[in-house]
Design a protein around this ligand. Sequence first.
Ligand SMILES: [Zn+2]
Ligand SMILES: [Zn+2]
Length: 308
Amino acid sequence: MVDTPIQRLPDEILNWQSVLTHVHTFGNSKCSGQQSLDDVVDMAFRLGFRRVMLNEHTSNPESPFQLKPYGKEVEALNRHRNRVSSTFSTLIAFGIECNTVPITSADSDGKYGVRTRFELDVPHLALARLWPKYVVGSLHGDASTYKSPHALMAAIRMLCEHPYVDTLGHITRYVSDVPVDWTEVAQMAADTGTLIELNLNQWFKECRPENQPKADDSGDVKFHRQFVEAVAGSTAQTVIGADIHNAGMWPTLEPVKGSETSVESVIAFHEFLASCGITPERVINSDLARFDNWIKATKASRSALIAR
Ligand SMILES: [Zn+2]
Ligand SMILES: [Zn+2]
């Protein structure tokens, strides 16, 4: 539990993220959440968030596989979902972070080598059983799978066209060198009512100027800027994903031992987004009512919710 008093976050953060999305508390892989539901509710309440959207991993994010609708992984997620519902806190809701699974098959005559298409690791029947409030679809596992522009676009298209996938999760992670047209990706997301996640974890690890070889706007920062500007120039809506796995990843005004996340760095991320043309109005989780209206609507009806 938290033993120091935790202060409410400044408006420079809460005006962008009223709903904290993409929080992990569960799983049995290296990437699992390492924090309890009680601690998450306690921390979110103290910091001033109005809702926490959990996005628990489904199959193994290190090596995704297709789940069986009544298999042990889905049963464990189902029990976890019931625990979340029984916390009796309106602060927290159950969602998942699904994986794309490559399905490789040889071309009929073998002439053109192998073909790859993608499926979600959670089949429809399992999705219907789990009934997640909010679904992030992410490219996990072996990054080399997505190094071909054809495969990358096929995976992104599958996620966009999937009726349950609300959001493309950290979609540019590990693929900034793949020559796809990100403007086309942004428009595909817009056309299908799919959100584009702007992921804080990715920013901290890959894009922050201090993590770059040069302290200027170079490398992945440059790519990230081009990507966010492409999103800003489209009609796609965005969501800021915190991607918090443990107590040290929460932004707090008081230093937490071993913390990787400072309030200043989150504010710097929001300022970076603003400098690329993204305003809080384009960020669906900047406002609780806007977020709720969006995720309650079917994907096909979401274009009507976009303020033009
Ligand atoms: Zn992820
Ligand atoms: Zn995640």
